[in-house]
Write a protein of this length. Structure first.
Length: 207
C-alpha cells in the first residue's frame, strides 16, 4: 500500500495494530477522520488519551473504574454475598448486559495456562481468597469459559477455598464446552447464570 503522505501512513499503521483491523479498514478509518472537523477529531483523540491515562482498576474486584472502587462494588443495592468470578472485564460486560445478575464480581485477569506461562501468581486469586476470608461472601459463582483451562482454574480455586465457609457454584452448561464466554448470546448467558449448579456437580475436589 503506497501513500502520498507519511502522516497518513503512520496513522494507518497505528490503527492496523488494533485486533481485527487490517490495512484497508485502517485506511478507511483514517480517511474518515480526515473528513471530520478538527474539533471532532480532537474530542475523539482526547477521549482515547483520557481513557488510557485515567482509567483505573477497582481495588476490590479488578474491574475497570474511574475511581479506586468501581460503581458495581459501591452499589448498596447489589447482593454483597454473591461474587461472580470471571476471566476478563469483557465477561463482566457480557453478564451485566443480561440484567439477570445482581451480585458483585471478581475479575481474575485470565485463567491458568501453564503452556502460556500463566500460573496462580499471574491471576487475581489471592485477593479473591481475601474477600472470601472476610466472611461477607457466601457464594462464589464460577463463570469461567468452559474450556480445559477454565476447568483447571475452577478446580484450583476450589482447592484453595475448600476450608472456608463459602458455597461454590458454576454457571450451567448452557455455554458450550470449548466456547468463549464473551461470544455467548445474552439469552444463553442469562439461562446459565439462573441455572447455576453446586460445584460438586462440576468438578471433584479432593481433600
Amino acid at each position: 500500500m503506497i501513500f502520498s503522505s507519511k502522516l497518513i501512513e503512520d496513522a494507518v499503521q497505528e490503527f492496523s495494530r488494533l485486533p481485527g483491523i487490517g490495512k484497508k479498514t485502517a485506511l478507511r478509518m483514517v480517511l474518515q477522520l480526515l473528513r471530520m472537523d478538527e474539533g471532532e477529531v480532537d474530542e475523539f483523540t482526547g477521549a482515547l488519551s483520557r481513557m488510557r491515562h485515567q482509567v483505573k482498576f477497582c481495588k476490590t474486584c479488578h474491574n475497570v473504574s474511574d475511581s479506586d472502587v468501581c460503581m458495581i462494588c459501591v452499589n448498596s443495592a447489589r447482593n454483597r454475598g454473591q461474587v461472580c468470578v470471571v476471566e476478563t472485564i469483557r465477561d463482566v460486560i457480557a453478564i451485566e448486559s443480561t440484567q439477570q445478575y445482581n451480585g458483585l464480581y471478581h475479575v481474575l485477569g485470565g485463567i491458568l495456562s501453564p503452556l502460556d506461562g500463566i500460573g496462580p501468581e499471574q491471576l487475581n486469586i489471592g485477593t479473591l481468597h481475601d474477600r472470601v476470608k472476610s466472611n461477607e461472601v457466601t457464594e462464589l459463582i464460577m463463570a469461567l469459559s468452559p474450556t480445559i483451562e477454565g476447568d483447571t482454574t475452577v478446580y484450583y480455586i476450589a482447592r484453595q477455598l475448600k476450608d472456608l465457609p463459602v458455597m461454590l457454584t458454576t454457571i450451567a452448561r448452557g455455554i458450550a464446552f470449548g466456547g468463549e464466554l464473551e461470544y455467548a448470546d445474552e439469552m444463553t448467558l442469562a439461562r446459565s447464570i439462573a441455572k447455576r449448579l453446586p460445584i460438586e456437580n462440576y468438578v471433584v475436589v479432593k481433600s
